[in-house]
Design a protein around this ligand. Structure first.
Ligand SMILES: C[S@@+](CC[C@H](N)C(=O)[O-])C[C@H]1O[C@@H](n2cnc3c(N)ncnc32)[C@H](O)[C@@H]1O
Length: 375
């Protein structure tokens, strides 16, 4: 008998059974973000969706600890994932949450840390006396769950949170990675973060939380290892011919505008000044890009590509693209693939011409090679 039915048959109220099953399902999901901590926590679906992964929260927390701060105000604590990371490195935390139910859940989730106080209040109204660091992760969704893109419509609004640094210079913010560079304040260290290839956030760090000074960087977390890429001012990547290898930069690197720096990192060049692909004659281990061996290249043309793939019996095709209007699924239908072989193609512009590169992932060949650009 399904668990829900059994619990109801044992006399538990249906609403209690439904709530317990929801928590059980959310805990299962939360493992991906919070590991075993999830087993002792409560969630709402929206709260979990917005919660910071513990691995990333730990990086946030280290900035406060390394700056020698002791008491952090988390203005928008949600279900408390960031606050958990702050408490985990020994910081005192005053956490505010506007939504009553979410504040109650954060109180439960942080119950093991006596140095954390959760308040059901507007974070902007917190008394910051004695607080030496502030953190905010404004809500970027409407009540209905759709994403808000205008920073003035975040809750609380971005400008109101940024103004807090006039009172407490050690301010840190978590924002969506898609925010335009022009909307970012000049005095921020802006760090785009990816976890195993997914871009998860943009962190803005001010004052003592940005010992590296204002500017842009990417924090690439792969297999639990952190790698930071920051711009090198002394050299610029040039654009040049396709070499033996193609590199697809990590999304955090692209968002941070550091594709040229990846080109320098792999002793390569850009495929095009406006396209986020790098090419090199050398195979270089890098955490900042995925490497492919270039097997073939040709100008883009449906007939020619179809013949090429037919001759090789390619039935399963991975299509990657940048800088072209081709719709992969439409192209796949038009190619009418048949056969057991697999292939990967990259559709892009090379020297101003729509081109096809036939590539294969390098993968294991780089295992064991030490990656440059450490943490
Ligand atoms: C993105 S979530 C925070 C997630 C949190 N950092 C975590 O890791 O669990 C934003 C939260 O801010 C809350 N919020 C929005 N406006 C607020 C305000 N003015 N004061 C306090 N909380 C607010 C929302 O209810 C939501 O729970």
């Amino acid at each position: 008998m399904p668990l829900g039915e059994r619990l109801r048959a044992e006399g538990l109220h249906p609403s209690l059974v439904a709530a317990a099953l929801t928590q059980s399902r959310l805990r299962g999901k939360a493992h991906a973000k919070l590991g075993d901590f999830a087993d002792g926590m409560l969630f709402t679906a929206a709260g979990l969706e917005q919660a910071t992964r513990l691995e990333v929260g730990a990086h946030h927390a280290r900035r406060y600890r390394d700056a020698g701060l002791t008491h952090v105000a988390d203005l928008t604590c949600g279900i408390g994932a960031d606050a958990l990371a702050f408490a985990g490195v020994g910081l005192r935390v005053t956490a505010a949450e506007l939504d009553e139910m979410t504040a109650a859940i954060a109180t439960v989730n942080l119950r093991h840390f006596p140095e954390v106080e959760v308040r059901h209040t507007d974070g902007l109204s917190l008394d910051l006396t004695g607080v030496d660091g502030v953190y905010a992760d404004p809500a970027r969704r409407t009540g209905g769950g759709s994403r808000v893109h205008d920073p003035a419509s975040y809750s609380p609004p971005l400008d109101a949170v940024l103004a807090v640094r006039e009172r407490v210079p050690a301010l840190g913010l978590k924002l969506g990675p898609g925010i335009a560079h022009r909307d970012l304040p000049d005095d921020a260290r802006a760090q785009w973060v990816s976890v195993d290839g997914d871009v998860v956030e943009l962190g803005l760090w001010f004052g003592p939380l940005a010992p590296e000074g204002p500017g842009r960087s990417a924090l690439v977390l792969r297999g639990g290892q952190p790698h930071v890429l920051a711009p090198v001012e002394v050299a610029h990547a040039h654009v040049g011919a396709i070499g033996a290898y193609l590199y697809e930069p990590d999304g955090a690197v692209i968002r941070a505008g550091l594709v040229g720096d990846v080109a320098l990192d792999v002793r390569g060049r850009l495929v095009d000044p406006t396209i986020a692909y790098v090419t090199s004659d050398e195979l270089q281990a890098t955490p900042f890009a995925t490497a492919y061996r270039v097997l073939d290249r040709m100008p883009f043309g449906l007939k020619r590509l179809r013949t090429y793939l037919r001759e090789r019996g390619v039935g399963r095709l991975t299509i990657k693209k940048r800088g072209t209007a081709v719709v992969p699924e439409q192209l796949r239908r038009q190619l009418d693939l048949r056969g057991d072989a697999t292939a990967t193609i990259v559709l892009t512009r090379v020297a101003g011409h729509q081109s096809v590169l036939v590539v294969e992932p390098v993968g294991d060949e780089l295992a064991g090679t030490s990656a440059p650009g450490g943490s």
